[in-house]
Design a protein. Sequence first.
Length: 124
Amino acid sequence: MNRAIRALEFYKRLPYTLRTEPVQEPDGSSYWTAEYVELRGCKTDGTTEAEAVANVQELFDEYILARLESQTEIPEPAKLPAIIEELWIVVPKRRVSVEVVSPDVGDTEQTKGETIPALASSSA
């Protein structure tokens, strides 16, 4: 799969804000507008709301591909989902040797076979 197409598919999955709005003209005619709020200029219209949404989705593809091609920054959605709510890192309990060097004197102190508390904590 082409790199640009893969990137486009990535951006299509992001939660951009889609806004639709009916417009009433003074002459009595009406139409709908649809836009992706975060993507300046990514706005179009249609005779129905469904047509306006279909048009802006097509425009979205063109917008993203043009930005990718020109290497222009693509704005992020206003609200990104929390991808990681919690991250647990499990480090096995180990016995280690630690050498402490005093910067003032240059003396060294060795501690062998002690368990470092940070490494000893469990992920209960």
